[in-house]
Design a protein around this ligand. Sequence first.
Ligand code: BDR
Ligand code: CA
Length: 323
Amino acid sequence: MRPLRPILLDTDPGIDDAMALAVILADPSAELVAVTTVFGNTDVDQTTRNALALLRVADAGTVPVYRGASSPLNGVFDGGVSHIHGTDGLGDIGLATSLGIARHPQGRESAAEAIVRLAHEHRGKLEIIAIGPFTNLALALRLDPGIASLVKSVTLMGGNALVPGNITPGAEANIFHDPEAAHEVLNASWPLTLVPLDVTMEHTLTRAQHTLIARAPSPLATVIAAVVGPYFTFYEGVYSTERIALHDPLAALLALGNVTPALAPLTSVHVECGHGPARGATICDLRNRFRGFPPQSGATCTVVLEVKDDVADVVTRLLTQTS
Ligand code: BDR
Ligand code: CA
């Protein structure tokens, strides 16, 4: 039997983060060795409670959770996006409270410390999937820059190459919440894949697929189906129809190889850290797209612009599978 692939999920659950967790847990080739939490969709205490709650629902309560950054490297937490994910980050159904998860146990390593340790323990093998602001990864690199050469891959959901932002006209939320951290992470010499809005906004789950997930036998699928209320309301405004974007599960599926890139040039990515209207924008050098993206000097990051698969179908299948 082939050894399981060690996966570390860095996350700010988050409704689509919950879907990403579900697709990772559904992959028999993956071993989720840690979940690290970060502020983002809501504050870090709540994202940590949410991660613990989701893992418990999934009967994966033995996966260790490490609480991470409560604020960006150079700033303060801005309060999150309750209009998208609910005040508690998971659709305000009171999941963590109903499970009696009051607060994260004290005394554990921080997320950054855990990332450093696990990069060493799983030398050459650890696959990091980061689907919140990238503060924990930047802090881990500051603790030990050497981890960049130890990690097998880093897949980031974030940024916008050729399309508008979502949290501002110029920026995507995970980058905008901590551009300085994103800059450090995207400049480290580890194998990077960026999964930006260009591709994630093209893959949406319908109400019909949501109904299938709600009927699935898995308790985690049931919870995911229950928490998506505000998410549908928000995206109804974006798409003028009932569909929800699959940002974080798409990044997870790409990292796991369950979805295949169709257009994914290796390019350079610059994060705008100024304080003007472009703060948090990701400037990807895609000038050579009319020549079929020939190799580019200084290119460090694979930017996924299109995928071959119907991602909503893959997510629905994984969340509704019976075994
Ligand atoms: C990203 O921002 C968050 O709100 C989502 O969970 C996702 O990670 C999309 O821009
Ligand atoms: Ca997220």
